[in-house]
Design a protein around this ligand. Structure first.
Ligand SMILES: Cc1cc2nc3c(=O)[nH]c(=O)nc-3n(C[C@H](O)[C@H](O)[C@H](O)COP(=O)(O)O)c2cc1C
Length: 329
């Protein structure tokens, strides 16, 4: 079954090497779609160059009461307030172990997005992130520290430099052994450039592998459309088209400010190859999608990768990496 899926949807390769991992193409599945690690081999069959599973928290938790996901159709956007519904670190570890045991592990990098349980205090967050990390570390290729979801009360306060430093210190303490796992931080699009700069200051000392930019936004676009207004009045994070521009601005800022020192995974409102190219030339080494998969269906992955392959060729590049950050100024 997955062979047929791959025959239909898998694109030709556009290899990228970032933080010591080889990606068959730069288009990944963003966090939040496979919160249970239920469909791990399917993402590769749909053509993705990597996948980010979760968000996973230490405790199993139901998330916020439904309804908690709304389509803002006319804007090709989504408002969600899921609140890290997931079966907890041990259940995810068991699911991942099962995929491996069955020989169905995909041949692309698999990352896990780590969140904080609702019941855990901010003070106890570093130890909880580290505990989740220790359980999942043997079962993942990279890890994303999510301190930017708007749907867990006060979580985004953990983007504050001191709080984030404690979390990253706790994670790196648990990251010793045969091989370090690349650890990335996922940031909110609503942070000021100053706050982003403070996060960048931690990257060197805490050996960050990169930054994921961005999560959903708590801001809303202006609209006269009554149906959209009703959806935008709901609490939660906004993803999709209206997020595109701000997400690219954040990527551009991070890239310029760090002089390209840290790889960036660009995510937010990517619907086609032009959007992905915008993120890459702004400074992203890899990209991810969620909302466009919902609106456009699975063919979107192949379409984006093929469009990127064409752009690489048109610009006289041999590799995609040569395009990263070329759109500055
Ligand atoms: C329903 C839903 C659930 C999400 N859950 C998570 C999550 O658990 N962890 C996370 O870091 N991001 C989560 N995200 C954010 C996405 O990973 C992504 O950053 C955001 O949607 C912007 O990309 P897009 O415009 O391509 O959707 C979620 C997004 C949606 C729509």
């Amino acid at each position: 079954m997955l062979d047929i899926t791959a025959a239909l949807y898998a694109p030709a390769e556009l290899p990228v090497e970032v933080f010591g991992l080889r990606f068959p193409n730069p288009v990944g599945l963003a966090a939040g779609l496979d919160k249970w690690a239920q469909a791990v081999p399917a993402w590769r069959a749909l053509g993705f160059g990597f996948s980010e599973l979760g968000g996973v928290t230490w405790h199993a938790q139901p998330g916020n009461p439904a309804p908690r996901l709304f389509r803002a159709q006319a804007d090709e956007a989504i408002v969600n307030s899921m609140g890290f519904n997931n079966p907890g670190a041990f259940a995810i570890a068991a699911a991942l172990a099962r995929w491996k045991l069955e020989g169905r592990w995909p041949d692309h990098p698999v990352g896990v997005n780590l969140g904080k349980s609702k019941i855990t205090s901010l003070k106890d967050a570093p130890e909880e992130y580290a505990a989740t990390f220790r359980v999942l570390r043997p079962l993942m290729d990279f890890c994303v520290v999510n301190v930017s979801s708007p749907n867990t009360p006060n979580l985004r306060q953990l983007q504050d430099k001191t709080a984030l430093d404690e979390i990253l210190a706790a994670l790196q303490e648990s990251n010793t052994g045969a091989a370090d796992i690349p650890i990335l931080v996922k940031v909110a699009p609503d942070l000021s450039f100053l706050a982003l700069d403070e996060i960048l200051e931690l990257a060197g000392p805490r050996r960050l592998a990169g930054i994921v930019a961005t999560n959903t936004t708590i801001t809303r676009p202006e609209t006269e459309d009554a149906r959209l207004r009703a959806i935008y009045a709901r609490p939660g994070g906004l993803s999709g088209r209206p997020l595109r521009q701000r997400s690219t601005e954040v990527i551009r800022h991070l890239y310029v400010q760090s002089r390209g020192a840290w790889p960036i995974i660009g995510v937010g409102g990517i619907f086609d190859a032009a959007d992905a190219w915008e993120k890459i030339t702004a400074g992203a080494s890899l990209v991810q999608i969620y909302t466009s998969l919902i609106y456009r269906g699975p063919g979107v992955v192949k379409e984006i990768v093929q469009g990127l392959r064409e752009r690489v060729k048109q610009n006289g590049f041999q590799r995609l990496a040569q395009a990263v950050g070329t759109g500055q100024g």
